[in-house]
Design a protein around this ligand. Structure first.
Ligand SMILES: *Cc1c(COP(=O)(O)O)cnc(C)c1O
Length: 459
């Protein structure tokens, strides 16, 4: 076992990864391709170029190159907020009285407060290189919108963000941060797009959903000159960019001879989980380790643990290509009392495939339990985590307590994806005992499943 491990393991600038790692290159079986909903044939690059930046489409479809160089223009921005620290949770271990070693990779040390900046930086950079003048996107809890507004400000690109209406009301300060960086923020559904008008006509009081904000952002990108749409999770190129998190963990751990037994990440669209596990999963797929990978999702939006592994649209207005993924149905909307992010109806195709093939486990937790776990973490480690991150904390603590029972000295790594300063209303609810939980019934889930169109796709 490793000795003398500092509380914070930092890398020097020259130790930082110069490449992203593309886990698909090491997957013996690739995930199913995107399907064009009109032709029911696999999407080719030219189907995607009108929507996404060219370089990102090429990365999206690249299943063979293991290493993708990080351009200097992105490295320069990364160096302003990376490497992020890998922290040994000595205090938490002590409070739990566990023989386990617990490490977490803290991605909250930038103004956006999350790992999302890793992909935002790359996406804004490529858009600028391509000569685009504006981008559109959606944001739910607000971290992605904040990260992208920082990146667009840095590279000099205009940005319109469709923010899920209920989040924009719950988190007015998020909106102000985005606007301060120069982005224009529109609560969704809005009257600005046909998709928004339609959703409002059907359901005038809706608080919105990520699926419907995506529809609006897509529509604006497709109808605006020199503009493309960008997405902060789910897609393969986003996981590629997030692999910088796992690569830094691996370099830092190798330096001290630490080998994780369990790696845990919260799972919304799957980008932080995909990023932190990527290089370790690559080794696992090549028979070099036997790490247990655990995805943690909210019980109120249980795409992996209770969803269907089928082709579905990525958005509510059904404008995206069909994606084979674990999904609750494009029409699924999580109950209003759900506090944090992690509310997307689908899951990254890479994570879905690895889960279906048995390489990843999944657990669903209720929010009162994850906030209870967060309180233990806050009091011992000092960091106030994002509600999303608390899901990973909960399972890390569970696993550490199992070690306490069995006496096993496992090494646990989890992703602490961000800080929760904009989520204080959720903490206030938990502090006052007013936080409620809603676990959807099978009947409620069936409403979402009924929005899945049963296409007859033959590959
Ligand atoms: C967006 C976000 C997540 C969830 O998204 P993934 O794509 O699943 O990683 C988790 N934590 C934080 C702090 C986030 O901002």
């Amino acid at each position: 076992m490793s000795k003398n491990i500092p509380v914070k393991i930092y890398l020097n600038e020259d130790e930082m990864p110069k490449f992203w790692y593309n886990v698909r290159a090491d997957m013996k079986e690739k995930h199913a391709p995107f399907i064009h909903p009109g032709t029911l044939k696999p999407c080719v690059a030219s189907d995607l170029y009108p929507v996404f930046c060219k370089e990102l489409v090429d990365q999206e479809l690249n299943q063979t190159d293991q290493k993708i160089p990080i351009p200097d223009g992105i490295l320069d921005f990364y160096k302003m907020f990376r490497p992020s620290p890998l922290i040994r949770a000595y205090s938490l271990e002590k409070v739990l009285g566990t023989p386990a070693e617990i490490y977490y990779k803290f991605e909250g040390n930038n103004t956006s407060g999350s790992h999302k900046l890793n992909s935002a930086a790359a996406q804004a950079y490529y858009a600028k290189q391509e000569g685009l003048t504006s981008l559109t996107t959606e944001t739910g809890a607000g971290q992605w919108g904040t990260a992208l507004s920082m990146a667009c400000a840095f590279y000099g690109i205009d940005l319109t963000i469709y923010m899920v209406k209920i989040s924009s009301e719950q988190k007015p300060y998020r909106k102000i941060v985005m606007e301060t960086y120069g982005a224009s923020v529109i609560p969704s559904p809005s009257m600005k797009t046909k998709a928004g008008q339609k959703i409002l006509a059907e359901n005038p009081t809706t608080g919105g959903s990520l699926g419907c904000a995506i529809s609006e952002a897509l529509e604006q990108a497709l109808t605006t000159e020199n503009c493309r749409y960008v997405l902060g999770s789910v897609l393969d190129h986003v996981i590629l960019h997030q692999s910088v998190v796992g690569l830094e963990c691996k370099i830092a751990m190798d330096k001290y001879g630490i080998t994780p037994d369990i790696i845990i990440g919260c799972a919304g669209g799957g980008s932080n989980l995909g990023g932190i596990i990527s290089p370790f999963m690559g080794d696992r797929l090549n028979g070099k380790n036997n790490i247990t990978f655990i995805a943690v999702e909210p019980a109120s939006c249980p795409s992996l643990t209770r969803g269907k592994f089928v082709y579905d649209f990525g958005d509510t207005a059904r404008t995206t290509p069909l994606i084979k993924m674990y999904t609750l149905g494009n029409g699924f909307i999580p109950s209003a009392n759900h506090a944090g992010g992690l509310r997307y109806h689908g899951m990254s195709p890479i994570i879905s495939k690895l889960y279906d093939d048995g390489f990843i486990q999944a657990r669903a937790c209720i929010q009162n339990d994850v906030f209870d776990a967060a309180k233990i973490f806050i009091k011992s480690e000092g960091i106030l985590p994002a509600p999303e991150s608390t899901h990973a904390i909960k399972v890390a603590i569970d696993e550490a307590l199992k070690c306490k029972e069995t006496g096993e000295k496992k090494t646990i790594l989890f992703g602490l994806t961000g800080t929760g300063y904009f989520d204080l209303m959720a903490y206030a609810q938990h502090n006052s005992g007013e936080m409620t939980d809603h676990v959807p019934t099978d009947d409620e889930l069936n409403v979402g499943f009924s929005s899945i169109v049963p296409f007859d796709i033959k590959l």
